[in-house]
Design a protein around this ligand. Structure first.
Ligand SMILES: CC(C)(COP(=O)(O)OP(=O)(O)OC[C@H]1O[C@@H](n2cnc3c(N)ncnc32)[C@H](O)[C@@H]1OP(=O)(O)O)[C@@H](O)C(=O)NCCC(=O)NCCS
Length: 157
């Protein structure tokens, strides 16, 4: 749990639970052209390599992030903030929180894929030290390429 005066009211970050899924699915639909289904999120609850977090303002879930911890490296699987709450620094706080958890698990390399057209997310990742390391051609169902981004972390960074 993380409480902070940033940005205008206290927010909390906690592990995603089934009770959060209706809000998560609503954000997912507003955020991605091919949203994840309820059953996909449900199946992730039984994946012992997966961690999913939600960000709440009071009781309202307004964002989430997921990652897989694959021994030496972690992989961000999904990440979104409700459109009404974007550009307030909340996405950055949520990603930073996940990166700290990953580092505290002893993992120093984090990977993700981002659409080549998704400049908001790319800007955010660059601002936290991710760099582009490759392209996955036609990675998305609609044929768009993905940029593979990587961040190397140390306890000092
Ligand atoms: C990407 C996303 C999670 C960012 O969340 P957010 O809460 O709006 O991001 P923040 O307010 O923390 O932004 C942090 C930085 O990211 C960059 N950024 C965020 N939104 C941006 C935008 N629309 N245009 C340009 N840069 C942007 C900026 O550098 C920003 O810092 P600044 O506001 O000081 O300039 C959000 O836009 C989102 O949910 N998008 C749809 C889903 C998605 O694309 N997920 C990522 C899949 S790889």
């Amino acid at each position: 749990m993380n409480n902070s005066p940033f940005p205008t009211e206290p927010y909390a970050i906690e592990k995603m639970k089934p009770i959060h899924l209706s809000a998560v699915l609503a954000i997912e639909k507003k955020s991605f052209p091919q949203p994840w289904s309820l059953s996909l999120f449900m199946s992730e609850f039984t994946n012992r390599l997966a961690t999913y977090l939600v960000l709440r303002l009071k009781r309202k879930v307004i964002g989430y992030i997921g990652y897989w911890y694959l021994f030496e490296e972690a992989h961000i699987t999904t990440f979104a903030i409700h459109p009404d709450y974007r550009r307030q620094g909340l996405g950055k706080q949520l990603l930073k929180h996940a990166l700290n958890l990953i580092l505290n698990q002893g993992c120093h390399e984090v990977f993700l894929e981002v659409r080549i057209s998704n400049f908001p997310a790319q800007n955010l990742y660059h601002s936290l030290g991710f760099t582009a390391v490759g392209i996955r051609k036609k990675y998305y169902i609609d044929g768009e390429d993905a940029i593979i981004m990587k961040k190397i972390m140390s306890q000092e960074s």
